[in-house]
Design a protein. Structure first.
Length: 296
């Protein structure tokens, strides 16, 4: 006897079929961070989603942060955490902790990916000069060893993809003279996506996406043309902390990334729900030359 749950599963697979056909072979950068990193079960869901994409023909790349875990370790070691406009002030002591924590997070992600039967290799922005940086001084303020990316050398990414491996990248770069720097994870993901001309860039965040009415969680906008974004900013629909996220998405689109998605990483299997369902669960930014794909 066929159960309704079995039929529901079949319907889900059928709904995913056109997306698998359309995006098969696409290069997809997944920026993994936020609250999804604090919950081990959510971490497993993210890696399961990426592993599934890999096994059905996509070419995923993970760029991860680790800010909350870095803060936890700094507190444990009685090292003060300070921020300037949302950026961590990074002393040499803080940098040492950040490198240690990000390396550990990276190893954990690799081990779980490999337990699912997919090959994954962890790299930092220092490896093969992937991310060259200069000292970042926002508004002329010295915030320590925080790097602004000046150059991306994507050859190591292409090599790993050609070798049928998932690259898992953590955002530490160097200035080319032996000094390492902490890099904002969103910035690293965007620059890598632009350099490799990714088809998709997905940001796993702690927000649902862009809302038509910021006070109404039911007013989520599923797809936005770049030409529509300016009007939403002008009208105040996009403001505050959402503004820099959206501007980052727009810059990626202008630099050749075909679609950029903001979605809530606190929802289990949010990557699959966004990529393989008709409506998705977040907001997809698309350039004006791309056609919409949400079936209204």
């Amino acid at each position: 006897m066929v159960l309704k749950n079995d039929l529901d599963k079949a319907e889900v697979l059928i709904e995913a079929l056109p997306y698998i056909q359309r995006f098969n072979g696409n290069v997809i950068v997944v920026k993994y961070g936020g609250s999804a990193m604090k919950d081990e079960s959510l971490m497993h869901h993210v890696i399961e989603d990426v592993a599934l994409m890999k096994l059905i023909g996509f070419k995923p790349i993970i760029v991860h942060g680790g800010g909350k875990e870095i803060s936890r370790w700094l507190e444990k070691l009685d090292i003060k955490s300070e921020f300037y406009n949302g950026l961590r002030i990074t002393t040499k002591e803080v940098l040492d902790v950040a490198e240690m924590v990000l390396g550990k997070v990276n190893s954990d992600l690799i081990m779980f990916a490999q337990s699912l039967g997919v090959n994954a290799v962890g790299i930092s922005g220092i490896d093969s000069h992937l991310l060259t940086v200069e000292k970042h001084k926002p508004e002329g303020t010295d915030i320590g060893f925080v790097g602004q990316i000046t150059k991306v050398n994507p050859e190591i990414i292409f090599k790993l993809l050609d070798d049928d491996v998932i690259p898992i990248v953590y955002p530490i770069g160097s200035d080319g003279e032996g000094q390492s720097y902490n890099i904002n994870g969103d910035h690293a993901a965007a620059e890598i996506a632009k350099a490799i001309h990714a088809d998709k860039l997905l940001y796993l965040t702690d927000i649902a996406g862009v809302l038509m009415d910021p006070d109404d969680p039911q007013s989520l906008i599923s797809e936005l043309y770049t030409s529509e974004v300016e009007e939403l900013i002008k009208n105040g629909n996009i403001s505050g902390g959402m503004l820099p996220k959206v501007e980052n998405c727009m810059e990626s689109i202008r630099s050749g990334v075909k679609r950029v998605h903001i979605l809530d990483g606190r929802i289990p299997h949010s990557v699959l729900l966004e990529v393989f369902t008709d409506k998705g669960i977040g907001t997809a930014f698309i350039n004006d030359q791309e056609g919409r794909f949400f079936k209204k």
